[in-house]
Design a protein around this ligand. Structure first.
Ligand SMILES: [Fe+2]
Length: 200
């Protein structure tokens, strides 16, 4: 991915804190904006893992867990139709819809080396840590005859050490993201496997 600096670090309006959108509306947005089923699945998987992390690891209540999930669900919403303006378009759309600034900042920080926005909150740091790894793990799973069934952390680690496998996934970003979030790579891989395998 080429560098597409968003050129700002503040997103949304503080008075919109707590403004989320119903799940139906978020899924509707995905259907409309993202014709590619595989990309939609990726976004649903990142959403599911984000929501699960918030409630299981951060002790979040249902509404906060949905906030995390929503950011995951929508983070690549403009990728397919606006590849050259990826991230900027969905950010502007969510600002127009008066969505919670935490969600918008989180989406803006899902690739600091691409968008030039530093992850600040734990939610920001986790979308950065989960996004690439989730896609990578799915790539590992779908080439196995039994897919997620019996997929072990060590197999994912082995693939990570194979530069030619899913070469577009930046191993440096994964290492940087897990360090910033202060999470253990093996544990995060297991958590992602557990929480994204049944997403459809
Ligand atoms: Fe993504």
């Amino acid at each position: 991915m080429s560098f597409r600096n968003l050129g700002r670090s503040s997103f949304g309006k503080p008075e919109n804190a707590g403004n989320l959108m119903p799940r139906e509306e978020a899924l509707q947005l995905l259907e409309t904006w993202v014709p590619n089923e595989r990309l939609r699945l990726h976004m649903k998987q990142v959403g599911a893992v984000m929501g699960a992390w918030a409630s299981e690891k951060e002790g979040a209540d249902a509404s906060t867990a949905w906030k995390w999930e929503l950011a995951g669900l929508l983070h690549d919403a403009d990728w397919e139709k606006y590849p050259d303006d990826h991230c900027r378009i969905i950010i502007e759309e969510l600002e127009k819809r008066n969505i919670d600034p935490d969600v918008i900042h989180c989406i803006a920080s899902h690739g600091p080396s691409v968008f030039g926005v530093e992850p600040v909150s734990m939610m920001d740091k986790m979308i950065y840590a989960i996004d690439e790894l989730s896609g990578f793990i799915h790539a590992v799973a779908i080439i196995r005859p039994t897919r997620y069934e019996g997929l072990e952390v060590k197999s994912v680690l082995k693939r990570l050490k194979t530069p030619a496998f899913a070469a577009q996934v930046s191993r440096e970003d994964i290492a940087d993201a897990t360090t910033r979030a202060g999470v253990n790579l093996e544990e995060l891989i297991q958590f992602i496997v557990n929480h994204q395998q049944h997403v459809s």
